[in-house]
Design a protein around this ligand. Structure first.
Ligand code: NAD
Ligand code: UGA
Length: 366
């Protein structure tokens, strides 16, 4: 199968490339404006993968040509980081809806199957929080084809991300009904693992929470708990996630045709505060070396951390019975293992940097 992977240079993309190249069953055209992570993987010289530096906002003709040549188009391109939804809501809408819609239109025109990455954020907040109940006291698993999607008000512009993704899902569904488009939608629930984002002391930006807490452990910046870290997440290890994604791509027996899939690990639930303490504990137990910093854990308001317009998802539990039943998929990794394995990746890279700096001539360090 010829797979066109748009956004292949990002966190999920590069982990998919790694797995697909290992399997060796398919040819990949990897499109992204970034290639550092693909380069680090050694994928650029693999004969089963072609890298194209295309900007999906501008390189329309080249993009359409690639869609024509593919058997399946996988669309990962998006701003995928809450800080950006707050600081650049229009950019988020443009890329995550307008530009993504263009790809959908090419797939309609050339009758190609599309696997679209959406988000668990389309579910919004739990019904419990809307009626003033504690979300912990009510069952909340989100079911793909049943659960209502509850967004906050317009002035909480964080929701532009989820709204753009939701509208794209609705357009795909409508194209399926009216034009016969074959689509599958993936709603990821907080994947983490090697190559997620970057450490903010090493690159400019405001990444997702794991990278912030990892940065604190390695560089001594404070671990900031937004609004006390009271909200819940359930982290899914990237290898579990990719295993499910590959089953969806391969679509044996057409079981994924016009289906939405939650991909998550419901029993890995914890609060962000618990995540901070767990990360500290795992770091101290397995990775701490003499001279490493002891970060403090502090509370900050959402407005202080993100600016105006942020509102949080209180709780996100995936009902994964569809993926279990249709795909025979069963995620394996528990929370502590997910944290350990992701941390190992960051610590190894950091120690390598430390060693290189120590070995460099004194003049280079000056
Ligand atoms: P990511 O930011 O690591 O990857 C996105 C990639 O898109 C980046 O490599 C980026 O360079 C590329 N890109 C951005 N603009 C582009 C452009 N104009 N042209 C070409 N490439 C461009 O994000 P990710 O975590 O890998 O997420 C991938 C997808 O999955 C996104 O659609 C995201 O919304 C969705 N998602 C991810 C998670 C998760 O747990 N990581 C959860 C929910 C949804
Ligand atoms: C993110 C992105 O929206 C999407 O890419 C995706 O839809 C989703 O993850 C996902 O992975 O499923 P979110 O979980 O809110 O959403 O992203 P984080 O930035 O990692 O925030 C998680 C929680 O930690 C939030 O409550 C946030 O307020 C908190 N946080 C974040 C902190 O307490 N401290 C920080 O330093 C950073």
């Amino acid at each position: 199968m010829k797979i066109l992977l748009l956004g292949a240079g990002g966190f999920i993309g590069v982990n998919m490339v790694e797995r697909l190249l290992k399997d060796g069953a398919h040819d990949i055209t990897a499109v992204d404006i970034e290639k550092t992570k693909l380069e680090e993987l050694g994928a650029l010289s693999n004969p089963r993968m072609t890298y194209l530096r295309l900007d999906i906002r501008r390189d329309n003709n080249a993009l359409e040509e690639e869609v024509k040549k593919a058997d399946v188009v996988v669309d990962l391109v998006a701003f995928a980081n809450p800080a950006l939804y707050v600081s650049d809501p229009l950019g988020t809408f443009q890329l995550n809806f307008i530009e993504n819609l263009k790809i959908v239109d090419y797939c309609v025109k050339h009758q190609k199957r599309i696997v679209q990455f959406s988000t668990c954020e389309v579910y919004g907040v739990t019904a419990a929080s809307v009626i003033g109940k504690d979300p912990k006291d009510m069952p909340c698993p989100f079911v793909e084809d049943e659960t209502f999607l509850i967004m906050g008000p317009i002035n909480a512009h964080r929701w532009i991300y989820a709204s753009a993704k939701q509208l794209l899902e609705r357009v795909l569904h409508a194209y399926g009904l009216q034009e016969g488009l074959n689509w599958s939608i993936i709603r990821p629930f907080n994947f983490i693992g090697p190559r997620i984002d970057y450490l903010p002391s090493e690159a400019a930006g405001n990444p997702r929470v794991f990278s912030h807490f990892m940065n604190a452990l390695l560089y001594g910046t404070p671990m900031k708990l937004v609004d006390g870290g009271c909200n819940f997440r359930a982290y899914t290890y990237i290898d579990d996630a990719v295993d499910c994604i590959v089953r969806i791509l391969e679509n044996k027996g057409g079981v994924c045709d016009r289906q939405i899939f939650n991909i998550g690990k419901p029993d890995n639930e914890l609060t962000i505060k618990e995540l901070a303490y767990l990360m500290k504990e795992v770091f101290d137990e397995h990775f701490r070396e003499e001279g490493d910093p002891e970060p403090e854990i502090v509370d900050v308001s959402a407005e202080e951390f993100y600016g105006k317009g942020y509102q949080d998802c209180d709780r996100r539990i995936a009902d994964i019975s569809k993926a279990r039943t249709l795909l025979g998929w069963n995620p394996q990794y528990g929370t502590r293992e997910v944290v350990y394995k992701t941390m190992e990746y960051f610590v190894d890279r950091f120690r390598e940097k430390q060693r290189a700096a120590a070995a460099a001539p004194a003049s280079a360090n000056a």
